[in-house]
Design a protein around this ligand. Sequence first.
Ligand code: TYM
Length: 324
Amino acid sequence: MKRVLSGIRATGRLHLGNYLGAVKGMLELANSNEYETFYMVADLHTLTTPYDKKTLSQSVRDVIVDYLAVGLAPEKSTLFVQSHVPEHLELAYYFSTVTTVAKMQHLPTFKDKAKQYPEHVTMALLNYPVLMAADILVYKAELVPVGTDQEPHLEVAREIARRMNQDYGTDFPEPKRFATNGEYVPSLTGEGKMSKTVEGSYINLTDDLSTIKSKVARIPTDEGKGSEILGGVKTLMEFVELFEGKEERERLEGLYRTSGIRYSEIKNELSKAIFKELAPIQNRRAELEKDREYVDKVIRGGAEKARAVARQTVAEVRRKMGLG
Ligand code: TYM
């Protein structure tokens, strides 16, 4: 069976960008029964930018609980914590021997983070894509459900796979991104993408209806009529499409270009549609939070299953690279 791997960093509550860009694809592939799916919490990647060591383990757990709450099942998918499978780190080291520093320094994702955290431009940050390649290739995964922002990292993973196969005769696949409709969820501010680090840009999976309403109300709009759909209005229309369908978007855009639209109603309907999708997830989350033992068991079982596969790949790479 073909394998799938994806991961989310433990940097706080999941937002609609993570949900639509990554989690929905993870669910689709897990439920297709055509793939063996591995979904992790990327706690090692969380260390590449400033973080709080006191809350890290809770944040890691929160992502596992989110995975369960959205409907990922440990019977179908291996749900685990990245640092529980140290083979990822070992493989990342071997991969770093076929990766140039110059290539890593030129990646847009590295440049963005270096600009955002000028005091934390560390070796770990530079190595981020190499560790991500190891995450994927240690399972020889062919499909990776992630948003468009991760495409440069997947390109690095493909290059590493090619180099390793050429130089050492390994059989790594060249992993491809699995895209969802929400592969690029815009920021509520009307500029750029939805992101945990941009205040006012996101809706969390845990937000209640009134929080969602007030966040949606702040999407910048105009007089409701015009020939071109831009900025915050475009963002609003994208959310309408994601939560109420393409037809509703087309209907509203048609009205915008002719008689005009009223934002209060549209925003109200959209907020309700978003909450309708999130409410069942929130209910399941509340149940899961009561059951610590179950969540612990999932985390332990996931690590065991993941390690069994990861060990084999690392042993093969060591042998092919001439290590004893
Ligand atoms: P992270 O935690 O930054 O993001 C998790 C996932 O959410 C997606 N995402 C978005 N998708 C659409 N629109 C948005 N506005 C948006 N914001 C976030 C991201 O594309 C991602 O899929 N490097 C990864 C974590 C990782 C990983 C891996 C992923 C580590 N190793 C191996 C896949 C395979 C990341 O930055 O996640």
